[in-house]
Design a binder for this molecule. Structure first.
Ligand code: NDP
Length: 282
């Protein structure tokens, strides 16, 4: 099974995304079951945010996780940039902790950069860490220059991880951001690793090479996409699945590995960038 180190903790390299869950009451039971299916299949890292459904995602995630021992889970939550200040961050964190029915997060991320000075956010995150409300903090949607600026601040190098858009069709960060992060031992948390289901373009799911690989490995095209995302052992992928069948498939992708020929073929079909790309975000 593919794993990754987040701080001192080794976790499975595929976790669970929770954006857009909790929005439709008729899907409630299915969504709870999907999260439990993922955790039962080994996906013990859960990613949520105060933004998702203004707390509805946190609420349903907490309900789904209630039967599990807290110490066996790795919980990631995110603060909105507008709340990442001396005046507001602790309130946001306390609200998220309450909704998630826990007294600490393993990792608390700044969701993206806003107008609050970065130094102020880092000071506040450090304070929360000292109070024991978060084990680690990190960032999301940070490009190379943002990470360098962060590292120049007091305690800035304590940043544990950067969460960014990354999948076979979105390799822009491989130009300079990923090499910088790898050099510093900073893991990537890959969001939208399935290109949000790839339902609009079908660019990945309809691709003959991905279909052929799925056939050869006796898995689905989505599982190939996920296994590719975590191939470097520095990346945690957090696919969202409201369907229990999808949730199980995603966790099982932890066991897929590629030959160097397969990786080369994928790199040829979906080349990495040769110039700096604007940071892709959703
Ligand atoms: P994903 O790339 O995870 O795609 C989710 C879609 O793929 C859903 O429609 C889901 O369907 C479908 N799907 C999941 N598994 C399978 C499968 N095995 N077979 C077929 N279809 C499947 O998109 P997200 O944008 O949700 O990204 C994942 C997570 O990343 C988010 O939920 C969130 O936690 C995080 N995120 C963070 C951001 C940030 O700024 N930090 C931004 C965006 C996302 P179904 O639900 O029906 O199972």
């Amino acid at each position: 099974m593919s794993t990754i180190k987040l701080g001192q903790i080794t976790v499975p390299a595929i976790g669970v995304g929770t954006w857009n869950i909790g929005e439709d009451p008729t899907k409630h039971d299915e969504e709870v079951k999907a999260i439990r299916t993922a955790v039962d299949a080994g996906a013990t890292v859960i990613d949520t945010a105060e933004m998702y459904g203004q707390g509805r995602s946190e609420r349903i995630t907490a309900e789904a996780l209630a039967p599990y021992s807290r110490e066996n889970l790795f919980l990631i939550d995110k603060v909105l940039p507008g709340n990442a200040s001396h005046a507001k961050l602790e309130n946001s964190l306390d609200r998220s902790l309450r909704l998630m029915q826990t007294d600490y997060f393993d990792l608390y991320l700044l969701h993206w950069r806003g107008t609050v000075p970065l130094a102020e956010t880092v000071e506040e995150l450090t304070k929360m860490q000292e109070k024991g409300k978060i084990r680690h903090w990190g960032v999301s949607n940070f490009d190379t220059a943002d990470i360098k600026e962060l590292w120049s601040l007091p305690n800035g190098t304590d940043c544990l991880a950067n969460e960014n858009l990354y999948n076979l069709d979105e390799r822009g960060i491989e130009y300079d951001l990923l090499p910088l992060m790898h050099q510093a031992g900073m893991p990537l948390i890959a969001y939208s690793p399935l290109s949000q289901g790839d339902t609009i373009s079908g660019k990945l799911t309809d691709h003959p090479l991905i279909k052929e690989m799925a056939h050869n490995h006796h898995v689905t095209v989505y599982q190939i996409m996920l296994a590719w995302t975590i191939r470097d052992h520095h990346t945690l992928a957090i696919p969202k699945a409201a369907s229990p069948v999808h949730a199980k498939e995603n966790a099982e992708a932890l066991n897929i590995s590629f030959t160097s020929d397969e990786l080369e073929a994928l790199a040829k079909a979906f080349p990495k960038p040769t110039t700096k790309q604007p940071l892709a975000t959703i």
